[in-house]
Design a protein around this ligand. Structure first.
Ligand code: SF4
Length: 365
């Protein structure tokens, strides 16, 4: 059976009624969020990037601190990457911060510091995809460009009773094209923000509040009682478990921090030495060899301390943490490393996985 988005059958009256009801509801009930205080494309950009995979309540204090420290594109472009990562510490998905920095530099170099108003240019900026571009263009520049993310796909799936699997790229493309067809030409900013708020407050994943929904009389899934069955989502890939060994390398009153590689997970952040456990070695040997061979540090004693877990989107680390004692604070130029006191660690951008380990180790060492 062909779905609605394949048949391209849209009831224009329903679309008009939906626009009117959604915008009226938004204007009365919208969330009072700091990035909505005025139309500032930089604020929209920063907030939308922070909101990817992160809850609004978590984002608000980060956003306020971030724009205080980096108030505009120029300030962000001219800042040091480590300072930006430090401001991002705890938000996770650090590549977002690195792309923001690269994007700000590109906007300074190619657009004189003004965030472009054309979709084609906006999408060339590092870290800006269709959703963020749509949010910036509609919210800050009043252009009728859809901003379709998981929340909006859920609302569309229900209103139009679309049975397509929203984890598939082709469904996302179709939803974006549907978004282009239904967005209000007169008030795209409030339409898109209305969709965002409806998805967050009313048409929630598990218990949609249909009784108070402004789109109830237009919602096909509500009429057929299928709202709990939509959207269709294919099975998630199982999270891969990786056994890691982490070293608290101590020499005198200092411990060793190392900068992670520029590519891959937790890129460019400062961390404790870590190595995936090699099954052919005894426990503790993987991290011991890593520290001795890669950092040139002679270890006198290696003791197991505790185990810690940390879950990322696609992998889970099971970290066995070891105390590795050395007699001297050896320094090599490569890889980057620093010897620091426990208190000095807070000056470095360090991801939550390692901060959890450091906090626990500090209690017992
Ligand atoms: S009526 Fe229910 S399912 Fe339909 S859009 Fe509203 S909250 Fe979502």
């Amino acid at each position: 059976m062909k779905t609605l988005i394949q048949r391209k059958e849209l009831d224009l009256e329903k679309v008009k009624a939906m626009q009117a009801a959604l915008i009226a509801w938004y204007e009365k009930n919208h969330r009072d969020l700091p990035w909505r205080k005025n139309k500032n494309p930089y604020f929209t950009w920063i907030s939308e990037v922070m909101l990817q995979q992160t809850r609004v309540e978590t984002v608000i204090p980060y956003f306020l601190k971030f724009i205080q420290r980096f108030p505009d594109v120029q300030a962000l472009a001219e800042s040091d990457e480590e300072e930006i990562l430090k401001a991002w510490e705890g938000l996770g998905y650090y590549s977002r911060a690195i792309y923001l920095h690269r994007g700000a530099k590109m906007i300074m170099n190619q657009y004189g510091g003004k965030i472009p108003e054309r979709l084609i240019e906006l999408k060339k900026i590092p870290g800006i995809g269709s959703y963020t571009a749509g949010a910036i263009l509609s919210i800050a520049y009043d252009q009728p460009v859809p901003a379709v993310d998981g929340n909006v796909m859920r609302v569309f799936s229900r209103i139009f009773e679309i049975p397509d699997d929203i984890t598939q790229m082709q469904t996302r493309k179709k939803m974006e094209s549907l978004g282009q067809s239904v967005i209000s030409q007169e008030n795209p900013s409030h339409f898109n923000q209305g969709m965002m708020d409806l998805g967050a407050l009313i048409c929630t994943p598990n218990s949609p509040k249909c009784d108070i929904c402004p789109l109830q009389c237009l919602c096909s899934a509500y009429k057929s009682g299928k709202q709990q069955k939509l959207p269709v989502k294919g099975k998630k890939k199982a999270i891969k478990e990786i056994k890691m060994e982490v070293g608290i390398v101590q020499a005198g009153d200092k411990i060793l921090l190392t900068k992670r590689p520029a590519e891959g997970i937790l890129a460019n952040l400062w961390a404790l030495p870590i190595k995936e456990r090699q099954t052919d070695l005894q426990e503790g040997q993987s991290i011991l060899s890593e520290v001795e061979e890669n950092y040139g540090i002679k270890i006198m004693d290696c003791q197991f301390l505790f185990m810690k877990k940390h879950v990322f989107t696609h992998q889970k680390w099971l970290m066995n943490v070891y105390q590795l004692k050395s007699s001297e604070q050896v320094r090599v130029d490569y890889p980057e490393m620093d010897w620091v006191t426990w208190n000095e660690i807070e000056q470095y951008p360090c991801p939550t996985a390692f901060l959890k380990v450091i906090k626990e180790a500090q209690k017992i060492l």
